[in-house]
Design a protein around this ligand. Structure first.
Ligand SMILES: C[S@@+](CC[C@H](N)C(=O)[O-])C[C@H]1O[C@@H](n2cnc3c(N)ncnc32)[C@H](O)[C@@H]1O
Length: 293
């Protein structure tokens, strides 16, 4: 098996040619069900029109399709390996479609264990829905702004505890113990237009997950590789990577990004609780990297 590659193709086809028990970890985000038409975006770019909200696959067909793909991911994952899936509820005519809940229950039936569930709080961005409630603040008019997705950390088989190297060689310990150690992570999204892809996740997500669940030399898969956030960070951290995307434009783009400097932001945001009685918690920005005290 040749690693350190980004392939263009349908992930099921590409994975079907890969031996079982090949990868230590998958980090990925599946395509949105109906929010984005990737082929339109890949053809016309960020400024092109008509790539949002155009697809009409039903929720059950979408989940069936994802279940097939993650069954194949299960086969190519080593025993004790992980599959981290970043996914959020979608909104359809004002009603939520519970994609993470539907997906996790199918994967659970397939034999994946739910190792961890982390809420990704987007801090500065999300779907703004509370606007009409501001105009009409009556009960029943309220719709919450959606500020989060979840990171489902699925596991194949029993947990394989290994003492090979320390996680995070260069992180501020406050970020580790007051933010990353919790089941809610506060990470701002990639600003719109920053990358030539409609929905990359921030590099902090694969950076944290790779540190927490893999070691140098581990084998890393992203079957929905997009702009290549997983493959770029995996390479930076000395892991062996393998990315797949169905759009040639994205597969080629992800290759060009492999040698770019990482965009792990210099500051992290943290909720601080002061010990003074009666004081309210406040948000604080602190350096992400290790500081010499
Ligand atoms: C949500 S995006 C992934 C973004 C990626 N995590 C990043 O940070 O750039 C989903 C990607 O899956 C790709 N895709 C959709 N269906 C696919 C399939 N059957 N096989 C491979 N890639 C697929 C789309 O082209 C899109 O780039």
């Amino acid at each position: 098996m040749e690693f350190d590659r980004i392939e263009c193709g349908d992930n099921i086809d590409v994975l079907s040619k890969i031996d079982s028990d090949t990868f230590d970890i998958t980090i990925t985000s599946p395509p949105y069900r109906n929010a984005i038409d990737y082929s339109m975006h890949a053809k016309h770019g960020n400024k092109g029109e008509n790539y949002r909200g155009k697809l009409s696959i039903s929720v059950s067909d979408y989940i069936d399709n994802m279940a097939k793909i993650f069954k194949e991911v299960h086969r190519v994952t080593k025993s004790g390996g992980y599959c981290c899936i970043v996914i959020g509820n979608e909104i359809n005519k004002g009603t939520l479609e519970p994609l993470p809940a539907l997906l996790v229950s199918r994967l659970y039936e397939q034999g994946w264990a739910l190792h961890e569930e982390i809420v990704w709080h987007k801090v500065t961005g999300g779907a703004n829905r509370a606007g009409s409630f501001v105009q009409r603040p009556y009960p029943s008019y309220f719709r919450a702004n959606i500020m989060h997705e979840v990171i489902l950390v699925m596991r194949k088989g029993e947990n394989r505890l290994q003492k090979i190297e320390y996680a995070f060689s260069n992180i501020n310990q406050d970020v580790m113990w007051k933010e990353i150690a919790n089941s809610v992570w506060h990470i701002a999204p990639v600003p719109p237009g920053f990358l030539d892809h409609p929905c990359p996740y921030p590099e902090e997500i694969p950076y944290r997950l790779l540190n927490l669940y893999s070691n140098e030399g581990s084998t890393v898969l992203d079957p929905f590789n997009g702009a290549g956030q997983t493959t770029k960070v995996a390479r930076y951290l000395g892991r062996k990577f393998y990315g797949i995307d169905i759009q040639k434009t994205y597969a080629e783009y992800a290759k060009t990004r492999l040698n770019e400097e990482p965009h792990i932001r210099d500051e992290s945001i943290m909720l601080e609780f002061e010990r003074i009685e009666g004081s309210i918690p406040k948000w604080k920005k602190i350096p992400t990297k290790k500081i010499n005290r």
